[in-house]
Design a protein around this ligand. Structure first.
Ligand code: DX5
Ligand code: ZN
Length: 232
């Protein structure tokens, strides 16, 4: 189980301190949302901010590129300290080149998918990714309500992974809290991105511990508790 606080929900006036707080929480990854004001209707931060907070944490930096032209950003974020970079499957026929470019920079390869996009679009890429990021809100803003209609996509990804004997992470991003983490884990997710919920807690450490426990308790570890085969 991977728990990844999302820095988008941090107090931007104290980014270094917030990065340290996430780092000391027992979390596994730090998720960093990059928004370009074009792929999504919001702008967050760029490589210089990532490089600024990098020395304050040893966590695996998971960069989520909600950007129309990730090709111009991959190298800067690789240099800024990315461990993994997620690009969006909605970029269509540019996806294969982008995945290859991330790999060639020596970084882990992530593929993200928006709620309205059919899960079938990621199927051709499953053999070449380390992580699948299933958006459980429409990207652009933190603090949105979880979209339950995305759960069958998690189940489908879980079944494809088992059938093909692959081992990419199945991540969920958006509206993840102590309730929805159970639903996602039950559907087959193993990587949980949580911004608002974890950063708003007085003790992120206790929150991470609790989220991990709920995820573990709801995971489909045994054959009998496998998620249903979805009809998507
Ligand atoms: C949404 C971002 C998410 C966001 C999640 O566009 O990709 O990573 O930070 O935030 P919460 O947990 O607040 O929904
Ligand atoms: Zn994200």
């Amino acid at each position: 189980m991977i728990i990844a606080p999302s820095l988008l929900a941090a107090d931007f006036g104290y980014l270094a301190r917030e990065t340290k707080r996430a780092s000391a929480s027992g979390a596994d990854w730090l998720h960093l949302d990059i928004m370009d004001g074009h792929f999504v209707q919001n702008i967050s931060f760029g490589p210089s901010v990532v490089a600024t907070v990098r020395p304050y944490s040893k966590l695996f930096f998971d960069i989520h590129l909600m950007c129309s032209k990730p090709e111009i950003l991959l190298e800067p974020f690789a240099k800024a300290g990315a461990a993994q970079m997620n690009i969006h499957v909605e970029l269509g026929d540019r996806v294969p080149d982008l995945l290859w470019k991330v790999r060639s920079l020596g970084k882990k390869v992530g593929l993200a998918i928006n709620p309205p996009t059919s899960i079938s679009h990621v199927q051709p890429y499953l053999e070449r990714i380390d992580s699948l990021l299933i958006m459980t809100v429409n990207p652009g803003f933190g603090g949105q309500a979880f979209i339950y209609e995305t759960l069958p996509k998690i189940e489908q990804a879980w079944h494809w992974r088992a059938q093909k004997n692959l081992n990419f992470n199945i991540g969920v991003d958006g509206g993840v809290d102590f309730k929805t983490v159970a639903d996602c884990a039950h559907a087959g997710a193993d990587t949980f991105i949580a911004g608002t919920h974890l950063f708003n807690l007085r003790s992120m450490k206790a929150g991470v511990k609790k989220m991990r426990k709920i995820a573990q308790e709801n995971a489909p570890i045994f054959e009998a508790s496998a998620p249903p085969v979805p009809t998507v």
